[in-house]
Design a protein around this ligand. Structure first.
Ligand SMILES: NC(=O)CC[C@H](N)C(=O)O
Length: 358
């Protein structure tokens, strides 16, 4: 008799070992990242999902808060072949159900063949297959979480001061902390705004760059953020990462669509169409840009050809579908942040040089 059951949308019920008790449900996804479990578990883009690690041992270098990407764990449950006790303690402190001693190869294969699916999970002495199915029956599809941004955004504006003159308004749809850090490290002052910030909120800051963050759920549900992009396109340079790329493309005449099982891992190869160079990237997304609208596709995924980078020189826009800020993953694409800040109006460059020579 097991003390944990997973009821999958394909009709199967899988037994596991319970590590943290509870009942929950979500969209079943997997990451192939072999490091970075702390960063992944605290990535707000995993909100409403159940995260399966395909790497078999999770927790082998401990748990350190300095590696967290936000202030809490976001997946509704965690699944691995083997969790260390230290990770289980952390998951338990945050009340996130967890299971291991499960054949994650089987789970990953199912998701690869049938696409991301709903799952119900029950863990504890009273766990039964029926209870797991009840959780599954209550599970919403990802696009049905119509206001998911509210679950992950900052509620109050926050400012991080950089030592240069460029100001960035970062719309927080569930931003990983490394995005603001990467901008501040390059001298920018970053004003983090709630996901439903208005045109007036942004105008009041007179930012040099408007930056739309990563975040969970269906990009088409972020209507306030679409409005911002429409309002400022052509007026203020625009940048976006992951959900940010999807929202910017969609607001500027493009379309998005759900992928079969998405890209989640730290070794997704991306080709830059201009230089021909291939870089390794960190990814975590289930939607993608189908039609880029008024933007040009500048980078593509080597495996499936999906749009990884978009740009418009007329409108001053650059976006990435992957995560240039890494954490976890390779640092091949950190230069994106230099390219973003280079879009700031030239006056800032002059001021910055004067300040630097003081
Ligand atoms: N990391 C992200 O920003 C994810 C974007 C979007 N929620 C997706 O799944 O595609």
């Amino acid at each position: 008799m097991s003390d944990a059951y997973l009821a999958l949308e394909d009709g199967r019920v899988v037994e596991a070992r319970g590590r943290v008790p509870g009942r929950t449900r979500g969209e079943l996804v997997f990451t192939t990242a072999y490091t970075g479990y702390e960063e992944s578990l605290t990535d707000p883009s995993y909100e409403e999902q159940v995260l399966t690690f395909s790497y078999p041992l999770i927790g082998n270098y401990g748990v350190r808060a300095e590696r967290f990407e936000s202030d809490r764990i976001h997946p509704r449950a965690a699944v691995a072949r083997e969790f260390t006790d230290e990770v289980v303690e952390w998951l338990a402190e945050e009340g996130v159900p967890a299971v291991d001693h499960i054949d994650t190869r089987d789970i990953v294969t199912s998701v690869r063949e049938q696409g991301a699916m709903k799952v119900g999970i029950v863990v504890g002495d009273d766990a039964t297959p029926e209870a797991a199915k009840e959780e599954l029956a209550k599970c919403k599809g990802m696009s049905e979480h119509t206001d998911i941004g509210a679950q992950v955004t900052t509620t109050e504006p926050v400012t991080y001061e950089g030592d240069g003159d460029t100001t960035v308004a970062l719309v927080d749809c569930g931003a990983k902390k490394s995005i603001a850090e990467s901008l501040v490290a390059r001298g920018a002052t970053v004003h983090v705004l709630p996901y439903d910030a208005t045109e007036a909120d942004v105008s009041a800051l007179s930012p040099d760059i408007l930056f739309i963050s990563n975040g969970p759920g269906d990009p088409e549900n972020y209507t306030a953020t679409h409005d911002l992009v429409e309002a400022f396109a052509g007026e203020v340079p625009l940048a976006g990462i992951c959900l940010g790329q999807q929202i910017i493309a969609s607001a500027l005449g493009g379309t998005t669509e759900k992928m079969a099982f998405g890209h989640r891992g730290v070794n997704q190869p991306v080709r830059d169409l201009d230089s021909g160079k291939v870089i390794m990237t960190t990814q975590n997304h289930g939607y993608t840009v189908a039609e880029p609208g008024t933007l040009d596709v500048t980078q593509v995924n080597v495996n499936d050809g999906t749009a990884e980078g978009l740009a418009s020189t007329d409108l001053n826009v650059i976006t990435r579908q992957y995560h240039p800020e890494a954490h976890p993953g390779p640092h091949d694409s950190l230069g994106f942040f230099d390219d973003v800040l280079a879009m700031a109006p030239a006056g800032n460059e002059k001021t910055r040089k004067v300040v630097a020579s003081d």
